[in-house]
Design a binder for this molecule. Structure first.
Ligand code: NAD
Length: 499
């Protein structure tokens, strides 16, 4: 059986204290095993990073940017291989897998401009003969701990910026779909990066703890579920590291009575069910304002959801594929059952869905539940599957309050033709990323990504200038040069000339 190894010091390293199963979500079988390791393997990666990083940091930023350019070209040239590998372990359809790689590449493209971004600040004559300037220096060694749902994009969010500013970087991918980050690290080496600048170590909690406690790692970026994000934030912080830890989500889509409902239905179906709902920016809660809006929306949603095609991840006609593991399928179906017990009306029940010829695959049918209320546990928690809950609001204020009071605050969207309502909503809602007639408001790479409340611990977002801040330390120099007799013949300052 294929074994997925670590990628350390420019080569494959199969050391493992244990092995983990990597499934084929389309068929339910085990397709590979991943080496699960801890402290000893991490120590080797850290040693390689320490050996390589000072020279990389001293390389001028333009040369580092050239590596980023070549890496971007190599990823583009290998797009189909990466998308198929990603899809085979995750289960998302190929078009979504390409999107996963492309959204990561957008950050690489941002990182190609790093020489411009790293220019510091300067104040001349802050005092008599005194100048002040600041420079951004790399942390040294950074680490990224990533979730299963975007195995290409999220590592690139992190290392794209971290290595471009001069750090060495160690990725600990999700053990459920760990192959793509290894391939990315191979391509980064091929692009001309020195060995040890981008490495991959595999593992579970044991490796995560080793990373959080390692004294040579200066900053850790985490993306995953909220309880673990909180744990990572606390433990990494206690070890003196800089930590940003993004967590779960339960994004709401508010539908005002004046919204274009046909457009809303198209948008909602993609945002709630695309990638089987396994997106932190999915829209699993829809909040129609007023019963009339709710009834009209429901009537249009039912046929659109019934028309969705669930298929294997390589089915080009499928809207979405299987979820990532049998355990996750069971968890999603458990939440559907719980929501029905709590009083939700199961309009379309996706439990027990099977695909002919792939009966053991991890498929969940699309599910629509109406009359969900804020006191339900199934509303309070993230389901992370192809499940759309309708929570009816009486008016705008109630619709604004629902996402604002929810424990998560990643994304939210409002659909309306009323500019004032949209403006008011964007200004007042207690959520980090807002869409106005945009169902999945993921900011472009040169802006930054990050939620509020239990969707993110720490104070810096991913990528864009926030990423640059996170992966660098600012140093400020205040200088005064004594008068060495400028103008006096002996000390005259001579402008250097070529030759
Ligand atoms: P997860 O929390 O199970 O795993 C994330 C990482 O943590 C993995 O690398 C995993 O190996 C590690 N891990 C797992 N258990 C651990 C433990 N007990 N101690 C220490 N480390 C542990 O998350 P997942 O299921 O892979 O990903 C889905 C979650 O990620 C969802 O909650 C989703 O909303 C969230 N997510 C958030 C964002 C965001 O930007 N806010 C983006 C994508 C995904």
């Amino acid at each position: 059986m294929r074994q997925i190894d670590h990628f350390i010091a420019g080569g494959s390293d199969g050391t493992a204290s244990r092995l983990g199963d990597v499934f084929d979500p389309n068929n339910g079988g085990v397709q590979a095993q991943v080496a699960l390791a801890g402290q000893a393997v991490l120590d080797r990666a850290v040693a390689a990073a320490q050996a390589a990083q000072p020279e990389w940091a001293a390389t001028n930023p333009q040369r580092r940017a050239r590596v980023m350019f070549r890496f971007k070209e190599l990823v583009e040239a290998n797009m189909e291989e990466l998308a198929h590998l990603l899809s085979s372990e995750h289960g998302k359809v190929i078009a979504d897998a390409r999107g996963d790689v492309q959204r990561g590449l957008d950050v690489i493209e941002f990182a190609c401009g790093i020489p411009h971004v790293l220019k510091g600040e300067y104040t001349q004559s802050a005092g008599p003969g005194i100048d002040v300037y600041s420079m951004r220096q790399p942390i040294g060694i950074g680490a990224g701990i990533t979730p299963f749902n975007f195995p290409a994009m999220i590592p690139m969010w992190m290392f794209g910026v971290a290595v471009a500013v001069g750090n060495a970087f160690i990725i600990k991918p999700s053990e459920r779909d760990p192959s793509v980050p290894v391939r990315l690290a191979e391509l980064f080496l091929e692009a001309g990066a020195p060995e040890g600048i981008l490495q991959v170590v595999h593992g579970d909690k044991e490796m995560v703890d080793a990373i959080l406690d390692h004294p040579a790692i200066g900053a850790v970026s985490f993306v995953g579920s909220s309880d673990i994000a909180h744990y990572v934030y606390n433990r990494g912080g206690a070890a003196g590291k800089r930590v940003q830890a993004m967590g779960g989500a339960k994004n709401h889509g508010v539908i005002m009575p004046d919204a274009d409902l046909d457009q809303v239905v198209t948008d909602l179906v993609g945002a709630a069910f695309g990638s089987a709902g396994e997106r932190c920016m999915a829209l699993p809660v829809v909040v129609p304002v007023g019963d009339d809006t709710a009834n009209r929306l429901r009537e249009k949603l039912i046929p659109a959801i019934e028309a969705l095609r669930v298929g294997i991840s390589t089915d080009a006609e499928a809207h979405y594929g299987p979820v990532v593991t049998a355990a996750h399928k069971e968890k999603i179906e458990g939440w559907i059952a719980k929501c029905a017990e709590e009083g939700g009306e199961l309009v379309i029940d996706g439990r027990g869905f099977t695909l002919q010829g792939h009966e053991d695959g991890f498929f969940v049918g699309p599910t629509l539940i109406d009359h969900v209320t804020p006191d339900m546990e199934s509303y309070h928690n993230e389901i992370f599957g192809p499940v759309l809950q309708i929570v009816r609001a009486a008016d705008f204020e109630e619709a604004l309050t629902l996402p604002s009071k929810h424990q998560y605050g990643n994304g939210v969207a409002i659909f309306t033709r009323n500019g004032h309502a949209a403006r008011e909503f964007a200004a007042r809602v207690n959520v980090g990323m807002v869409g106005i007639n945009v169902p999945i408001p993921v900011p472009v790479a040169y802006h930054t990504f990050g939620g509020w409340k239990r969707s993110a611990f720490g104070d810096t977002n991913q990528h864009g200038m926030e990423g640059v801040k996170f992966w660098t330390k600012i140093k400020t120099v205040t200088q005064r040069w004594p008068d060495g007799g400028v103008g006096a013949a002996a000390n005259a300052f001579v402008i250097p000339t070529m030759g």
